[in-house]
Design a protein. Structure first.
Length: 381
């Protein structure tokens, strides 16, 4: 009997082992698979997105037309010699301030003085002849034709004498306008001809900025409008000006019209030829709703901002008006004192949880058990 029962006992033992192995495998699968699904089903904690905020405020904002320009002087002159000659000396140098009529260059005068002396002598001779013939003419001892000819010769010689005297004065080259010597072309000993330039004078007061504006902006530009100018050489300073002239025609080729701006610069910091940027201010809105320019989002043609309420950000479509370098006017969609997101809005979706940077979190209220768990120092239990 013992030998007959041995195979039965062995088979029963192997069956128990198989059952235990199966139970262990099922338990492992349950822990690996079903336990992970339970974790996924748990609600994930929402993470607050850090942002910076700003407040919708009221203020003034201006609308302007921006452009670039090169400064130029209103008046300048190229000074030329009216007579030829050798330069004896010059009296001013580049950068000197001069007045109209001030001597600039002195040419040699020897030849001109001799010509003046000769012309004066001829004039005196004809004058004596005319006086003598006048007495003879009254006695009808000379013909009318001869007497008239002598009168014409005297008048011609008078003009020649005045011309010689004038040319002598031209030997001293004078400044035609007030201004600053911007270029000197001559040196002592140079031989110059008639109409050869000797100096260039530039009047720095006033300076002009000429811009060409598209015709669609024509209705916005008017005389006396304020203009702000900034040049690369003085980026720390804003110069004021005004619209002085507006061309009455539009160029058909470029579709632009010419606007001349007069720059106000009593200290003469600016120089002709400087490159500058200007803004022609054509309108101003006072008591406008303003937000920081960086707070605005633009998607296609839709503009929006994120408004903060109860620690969350909500997307709000807005309509904008004037825009300047720092602010944007809001025409609709926001109210004064609304708090909006100014930095970090690109990471937000509507109804996002946010954390405002630079704002201290509100302290959490203590639980009743914590407040009563230990007595304060000095209190008796």
């Amino acid at each position: 009997m013992t030998s007959e029962n041995s195979p039965s006992i062995k088979s029963s033992f192997m069956g128990y082992i198989a059952i235990i192995f199966l139970i262990g495998s099922l338990t492992a699968c349950d822990q690996a698979g079903f336990g992970g699904n339970k974790e996924d089903d748990e609600e994930k904690e929402e993470i607050a997105i850090p942002v910076e905020s700003g407040v919708v405020e009221r203020g003034s904002i201006t609308a302007f037309y921006p452009s670039t320009t090169t400064l130029e002087s209103e008046r300048e002159a190229s000074v030329v010699a009216k007579v030829g000659g050798i330069v004896e000396k010059y009296f001013v140098e580049e950068g000197d301030q001069v007045k109209a009529g001030q001597p600039l260059v002195q040419l040699e005068t020897d030849r001109l003085k001799l010509e003046l002396t000769r012309s004066e002598a001829n004039l005196n001779k004809l004058k004596n002849d005319l006086q003598r013939n006048k007495t003879i003419y009254k006695k009808n001892l000379v013909s009318s034709e001869a007497f008239d000819k002598l009168k014409f010769e005297y008048a011609s010689q008078t003009a020649a004498y005045e011309l010689a005297k004038l040319e002598l004065t031209f030997a001293t080259v004078e400044a035609p306008i007030d201004g600053v010597i911007s270029k000197r072309y001559v040196k002592v000993g140079n031989m110059i001809d008639i109409n050869e330039p000797v100096y260039h004078i530039t009047d720095f007061d006033p300076l002009h900025a000429v811009v060409y504006i598209p015709e669609k902006e024509l209705y916005k530009i008017a005389l006396e409008q304020r203009v702000m100018i900034q040049v690369d050489a003085r980026k720390d300073h804003i110069f004021n000006g005004f619209v002085k002239r507006i061309s009455p025609i539009v160029d058909a080729n470029s579709g632009t019209f010419k606007v001349t701006v007069e720059v106000i610069d009593p200290q003469h910091y600016l120089k002709p030829g400087m490159f500058g940027r200007l803004q022609i201010i054509h309108d101003t809105h006072t008591s406008a709703l303003l937000i920081e320019k960086k707070a605005l989002l633009t998607e296609d043609t839709v503009t929006s901002v994120f408004v903060i309420r109860d620690g969350r950000a909500f997307k709000q479509t807005v309509k904008v008006g004037f825009v300047d370098n720092k602010h944007i006017e809001i025409l609709s969609g926001l109210n004064e004192n609304n708090v909006i997101v100014t930095t970090g809005q690109n990471s937000l979706k509507n109804d996002s949880l946010i954390e405002i940077l630079g704002q201290e979190p509100e302290p959490e209220p203590e639980s009743e058990s914590e407040s009563e768990s230990e007595p304060a120092i000095g209190e008796s239990e």
